[in-house]
Design a protein around this ligand. Structure first.
Ligand SMILES: [Zn+2]
Length: 350
C-alpha cells in the first residue's frame, strides 16, 4: 500500500497528452453523433468540407490545428477553434486528474488507478456533452449511457477491492448516485412543469445527471448541481447586463418562437422519469424496439441540425452548466467540502 503518490510530479504532462489525444477523438464524436453518423465508419478522420482523408501530420493534437492555422490542408476551409479548444480542455482535465491521483494520491495503487480511469472517462464524456449541447441542443443518449456505464464499472472495481466507498445507503454507491441525479433534476423538471406550466429541464439533462451521480456519487453530485445552478444564475446576470448594452430584437424573436411550443404532459414526464430509473434509454440503444415502445421515439432518429447554428447567449441550455458543475465537484471535491463545513460551523453549533 502506497501512502503517497507514486509517480513523479512531471508525469502530469503524460496525462495531459493522453487527454489532448482523447480530445481529438471527442471532436469526431461531437461532429458525428448529433448527425447520426457512425463513430467507427469511416475509421479515419476527414475534412467536413472537402471530405479529404486526414493523415498523421493533420492529426497531432493541438499542434496540427496551430500549424495549419485552423485551415484544411486540402481545401483551405476554416476549421473552427472548437477543435483546438476541445483538445486543450480535455488535455487540461486529464492532466489535473492524473496529478491529483497519481502524483498526490494517498490511496492504494488500485484505488487511484480506478479513480484516474473513471474520472478521465467521465471528464471526456462531459466535454463531449457540453459541445454537442452548445452546438445543437442535443446531449446524445450514447454519451449519457457511457457515463452511467463508467460509474457502474468504477463501482465494480471498488467492490472488488472492498473499498468503503463501494456501498452507500445499503446499495451499490453508483446506483445511489444515479438515483440522486435523476431525483434532483427530474424533480426540478416536474416541479417547474407543475408550478409554471413550462419545460424546466431537458430530458438529456436528467439522463446526464444520472450518469454524473453514478460516477461522483451522491454527496458530490448534490454539490455539482448546486454549482450548476449558481453558474447558471451568474450567467443570467451577465446576460441581463449585456442586454442593456446591446439591441435585443433578435432575442425577442427567439423568445416568441419558444413560447409556441407546447409543454410536455405530466403523464409523459412521469413515464419518462420511470424509464430513466429503469435505464430503458440505455438498454434501448441495443434494443431500439424497447426504446420506441417506451419513449415513442426512435433512439437513432436524427433531427435536422443546422451546420452553423447561431448560439445565442440567452439560449444557452442547462446541460453545459450541469457538466461544468460536475467537473468542478469532481476536481475540487475536498476544498469545496471544507468550504461548506467552515460555513456550517460559522452559522451555528451543530
Ligand atoms: Zn478540406
Amino acid at each position: 500500500m502506497l501512502s503517497y503518490g507514486f509517480f513523479p510530479d512531471w508525469t502530469w504532462i503524460v496525462g495531459a497528452w493522453i487527454g489532448a489525444t482523447v480530445g481529438s477523438f471527442l471532436n469526431v464524436v461531437i461532429y458525428r453523433l448529433p448527425r447520426g453518423l457512425s463513430i467507427g465508419q469511416p475509421k479515419w478522420s476527414f475534412c467536413p468540407k472537402c471530405e479529404a482523408r486526414l493523415r498523421l501530420p493533420d492529426l497531432i493534437p493541438l499542434f496540427s490545428w496551430l500549424f495549419l492555422r485552423g485551415k484544411c490542408r486540402h481545401c483551405a476551409a476554416p476549421i473552427g477553434p472548437r477543435y483546438f479548444i476541445v483538445e486543450l480542455i480535455t488535455g487540461s482535465l486529464f492532466g489535473m486528474i492524473w496529478y491529483q491521483h497519481f502524483v498526490v494520491g494517498g490511496g492504494s495503487a488500485a484505488y487511484e488507478t480506478t479513480m484516474v480511469v473513471g474520472y478521465s472517462l467521465l471528464a471526456a464524456a462531459l466535454v463531449a456533452a457540453i459541445f454537442t449541447d452548445l452546438a445543437h441542443y442535443i446531449i446524445p443518449d450514447q454519451i449519457n449511457a457511457f457515463m452511467l456505464a463508467t460509474g457502474i464499472g468504477m463501482n465494480i472495481a471498488l467492490l472488488v477491492m472492498n473499498h468503503p466507498a463501494a456501498m452507500q445507503w445499503g446499495m451499490p454507491s453508483s446506483i445511489a448516485g444515479a438515483l440522486v441525479g435523476i431525483g434532483v433534476i427530474w424533480g426540478i423538471a416536474f416541479l417547474g412543469r407543475l408550478a409554471f406550466g413550462k419545460d424546466a429541464m431537458g430530458h438529456g439533462d436528467i439522463k446526464m445527471a444520472r450518469g454524473i451521480g453514478a460516477v461522483i456519487l451522491p454527496a458530490a453530485a448534490l454539490m455539482s448541481f448546486a454549482l450548476a445552478v449558481i453558474m447558471g444564475a451568474l450567467m443570467g446576470v451577465v446576460i441581463i447586463i449585456a442586454r442593456r448594452y446591446a439591441s435585443d430584437e433578435a432575442e425577442e424573436v427567439d423568445e416568441d418562437a419558444e413560447n409556441i411550443e407546447e409543454p410536455e404532459t405530466i403523464g409523459s414526464l412521469l413515464k419518462c422519469g420511470l424509464g430513466y430509473v429503469l435505464c430503458i434509454d440505455v438498454i434501448g440503444l441495443f434494443v431500439p424496439k424497447l426504446y420506441e415502445a417506451w419513449f415513442e421515439e426512435n433512439p437513432y432518429a436524427v433531427e435536422e441540425i443546422e451546420d452553423d447554428p447561431e448560439v445565442s447567449l440567452s439560449m444557452i441550455p442547462f446541460g453545459p452548466y450541469l457538466a461544468a458543475g460536475a467537473l468542478g465537484a469532481m476536481l475540487f471535491n475536498e476544498p469545496l467540502q471544507k468550504l461548506i463545513d467552515a460555513y456550517l460551523n460559522s452559522v451555528g453549533p451543530s
